[in-house]
Design a protein around this ligand. Structure first.
Ligand SMILES: *Cc1c(COP(=O)(O)O)cnc(C)c1O
Length: 419
């Protein structure tokens, strides 16, 4: 063996991880928080997050808590999960739950349980990341997709969502971006960060475009049923006879338990295209190599779904309807902020900065840094979700805290507006 002449160690960190993680929302929020002014005695108002569980009004339902406690006490779920895709009763419960909104029945065989929707994203990216392949992602979007694609060396290309059209997909752009190495496109409905809820007509057009391009649709429906506007929630799987659909979801958002880490990846494949292509088998193999979602949660999920009362869901939707209204109405009154779309779902509103009316604010990041420093209010700079000089405001907040936060934003904008 050759003796090395250098005193340098042979190992080093992974540069790709640095680049990929710099895209995460957490990586934007944490340094932003360092700008907090400790002298300001007012409470910090956090409207930048995607996790509303810090607010008492967004506590999950007692039926879900009981289901987990019962699963623990039963001592039936202390072992490893015996089935590759998740235990059968859990997969059956998820398949039945999702089938309620579909024109056909999903089989438990089509369900893979994951550690939150995040792991479902990771699995599909892992499977699709073959040399030369590319995936089409929405802009603005959810940065985990871009970050994981980067990490797994799956080329990604961004198509725009159109604010003036309710953040619909620019399907012409999708067609222009695609080539014979394109394998999939991602839609997020209801949307993060846009608060959009797509019409069935638009979803049908998405499916037809995917069919024309011979690609699959990956439908991130982690905000499924969190909608309070005119458009109902229609799962993308409804159009799976047109083009194959992989649905990603979890209980994190609807049940307000992102810490419980139970999600799913479901193949909506009535024509057997995903099965024939080997994608489904690859997803199963992915599960051999990665950790399962906690068996305790798998044990609890049938009861979580079955026992949660409709009143819990409607109570949460009523709060979100009111806070979304408040957010939109208050922001509309501020001259330097433009909101082209009133959110109809999820927990977020995107607001455009009219920098021409602002004094001494260079861009969205600068806006957010100074807003924290001067008013102790946190909102997310648009760059974190791929859209410069916009900000994302979370309206899933205690109503009084939200009003106070919006008032501080108004005062801030007034102070910085061009005289
Ligand atoms: C929160 C979120 C996820 C991740 O969900 P988990 O179940 O907490 O892993 C995935 N996609 C979008 C669009 C999200 O907002």
């Amino acid at each position: 063996m050759e003796v090395k002449g250098s005193s340098k160690w042979c190992f080093q960190g992974n540069e790709d991880l640095v680049e990929a993680s710099s895209r995460s929302i957490r990586n934007t929020i944490v340094p932003l928080m360092e700008n907090l002014n400790k002298e300001d005695k007012r409470p910090v108002i956090r409207l930048g997050h995607g996790d509303p569980t810090a607010f008492p009004c967004f506590r999950t339902t007692v039926e879900a808590e009981d289901a987990v406690v019962d699963a623990i006490r039963s001592a039936n779920y202390n072992g490893y999960c015996v089935s590759l895709q998740g235990i059968l009763p859990a997969r059956r419960a998820v398949a039945e739950y999702l089938s309620r909104d579909l024109p056909y029945e999903l089989s438990p065989d089509h369900v893979i349980l994951t550690s939150g929707c995040s792991q479902a994203i990771e699995h599909i990216i892992t499977v699709l990341a073959r040399p030369n392949a590319n995936i089409l992602l929405p802009r603005p979007g959810f940065p985990d997709y871009d970050a994981l694609a980067l990490l797994y060396h799956l080329e990604f290309r961004l198509f725009d969502l159109l604010p003036e059209k309710g953040w619909e997909v620019d399907l012409e752009a999708v067609e222009a971006l695609a080539d014979h190495n394109t394998v999939a496109m991602v839609i997020i409905n209801p949307g993060n960060p846009c608060g959009n809820v797509y019409t069935p007509q638009h979803l049908m057009k998405v499916a037809k475009t995917a069919k024309k391009l011979r690609i699959m649709v990956i439908a991130d429906e982690v905000y499924a049923h969190l909608h309070f506007g005119e458009n109902p929630f229609i799962p993308m799987g409804t159009f799976a006879t047109v083009a194959p659909v992989i649905t990603l979801g979890s209980i994190s958002k609807r049940w307000l338990v992102p810490g419980w880490r139970l999600g799913w990846l479901v193949t909506n494949d009535p024509n057997g295209i995903l099965a024939k292509s080997g994608v489904f088998e690859s997803l199963r193999l992915c599960k051999i190599l990665t950790s399962d979602s906690a068996t305790i949660l798998q044990g609890a999920i049938p009861h979580i779904i079955e026992k949660t009362k409709e009143e819990f869901f409607s109570k949460i939707l009523n709060i979100l309807r009111v806070t979304a209204d408040t957010c939109y109405d208050k922001i509309k009154e501020i001259p330097c902020l433009i909101c082209p779309y009133k959110p109809e779902g999820s927990m977020f509103m995107l607001v455009k900065l009219n920098l021409a009316l602002l004094e001494g604010i260079h861009d969205d990041m600068d806006f957010c840094v100074k807003l924290i420093r001067e008013e102790s209010v946190v909102v997310l700079p648009g760059v974190a979700v791929g859209i410069r000089n916009w900000v994302r405001i979370t309206f899933a907040a205690e109503p009084l805290a939200l009003e106070e936060g919006l008032e501080r934003i108004r005062v801030f904008c007034q102070r910085h507006s061009k005289k």
